[in-house]
Ligand binder design. Structure first.
Ligand code: GLA
Length: 395
């Protein structure tokens, strides 16, 4: 039903027949543990969502990529011989960025008509941009392979994640880590990904929640300074690493430093702010390892406590939460049946993730929602999330 609807909308915009339209998709993500550790070579533990970007696509013989979206009036045309030049588009720049980087990496970029249908809320810290990038990259590689007679079974999803990250950094100007694009490309239904960001080795960990649910709460806060603050935190981590390397010369990343080493050598960090940032990253990486172990042994209560500690560290040491996220977490933690609650993603607004007993989920949404509205002045949104698959062609 959904597939037919999207194809019908496509035909309304571009004409043609249903049989020539193909569907590609890639999801948003929720990170369960390990925030601001990816660009520090630490561990992360994200899961792909069932909320996703779907692209209805048709290859053409033209030299343009035409873009439209089901929720926007805008239409954009990209000249495939000039893909470098669309950085200033307010919508369409992620697609242009991916196509541009893929062209630089030797893919044969085709003209095509595309309609985007997104169910990942925009700007909410659930990686709506990674979903667009990865779905676009998957579709463009499929078309490129078909032109060249290469089997699409061999699509290298790790490479697609790296291309998408490169587009976000070099084209969209956000100096992000690999977590979002990696989860979107390689997500697996019912599993979270235990990812080592140093070398991208990973393990799928089954998430069996029994009588519990993952509830995401969206602050709906506008996140205007997010990019500059994100880049500022990265720079602070670089300073911390440089100073710690004076006593630990073999460490290439903050995420490689153990808690014991940090306790022994933290005195070389002269500035309190820099020391707090490093402390967060090093303990947060350790919390990922502990969280994976807790979930593997079915110890939800330990996992919940680690979630709470993670949020407190992001609030007090890394300082990326803010009143809205803290309010959602405080209100969540007041309730019986909430196992743990923390912010997820970059912070400065965006979403929290909570593990909630099934039978209190409705009450959770009502109580936390009302308290949030009365303290902050506007509504939060709630999503009961399922863990879905990564990028693929839908057939
Ligand atoms: C954003 C970035 C990720 C990661 C998180 C914080 O989502 O895109 O690479 O750094 O913030 O964990």
């Amino acid at each position: 039903m959904y597939f037919t609807e999207v194809k019908q909308k496509f035909i309304k915009i571009y004409g043609g027949e249903e049989k020539d339209i193909r569907l590609f998709s890639a999801p948003g993500r929720v990170n369960l543990m390990g925030e601001h550790t990816d660009y520090n070579g630490g561990y992360v533990f994200p899961a792909a969502l069932t909320m996703r970007t779907v692209i209805a696509a048709r290859k053409t013989d033209s030299k343009t990529i035409n873009l439209a979206a089901t929720d926007l009036p805008d239409r954009v045309s990209l000249d495939i011989e000039n893909l470098c030049c669309y950085k200033d588009l307010w919508w369409g720049n992620y697609q242009a960025g991916v196509a541009h980087i893929m062209q630089l990496e030797g893919f044969d970029i085709s003209g095509c008509d595309l309609l985007y249908d997104d169910s990942v809320p925009h700007g909410a810290g659930l990686s709506s941009s990674a979903a667009i990038e990865v779905a676009t990259a998957f579709m463009l590689e499929t078309f490129s392979n078909e032109k060249r007679g290469i089997d699409n079974k061999d699509i290298d999803l790790v490479r697609l994640a790296k291309i998408s990250q490169r587009a976000e950094i070099e084209y969209a100007g956000v100096n992000c880590g690999i977590m979002d694009q990696f989860s979107s490309a390689l997500g697996k239904k019912g599993h979270a990904i235990f990812l080592d960001c140093r070398d991208l080795s990973y393990e799928y960990v089954p998430i069996s929640l029994d009588n519990k649910r993952i509830v995401i709460a969206n602050t709906n806060k506008k996140r205007s300074l997010q990019t500059s603050k994100y880049n500022e935190r990265r720079a602070e981590c670089d300073i911390a690493l440089k100073q710690l390397k004076s006593v630990l010369p073999d460490k290439a990343f903050l995420g490689e430093i153990t808690v014991e080493e940090f306790l022994q050598y933290k005195k070389v960090l002269t500035n309190n702010t820099i020391s707090k940032r490093a402390e967060h990253v090093i303990y947060e990486t350790d919390r990922v390892v502990k969280s994976v172990a807790a979930l593997k042994s079915g110890d939800m209560s330990t996992f919940g406590k680690l979630m709470n500690k993670s949020h407190n560290s992001l609030r007090d040491l890394y300082e990326v939460t803010g009143t809205e996220l803290d309010t959602l977490v405080e209100e969540a933690r007041k309730m019986e049946g909430v196992i743990g609650s923390r912010m997820t993603g970059a912070g400065f607004g965006g979403c929290t993730v909570s593990i909630v007993e099934n039978d209190v989920v409705d009450e959770f949404i009502k109580t936390v929602g009302e308290a949030y509205k009365s303290r902050i002045g506007y509504e939060a949104d709630f999503y009961i999330s399922e863990i879905g698959d990564g990028a693929k062609e839908l057939r």
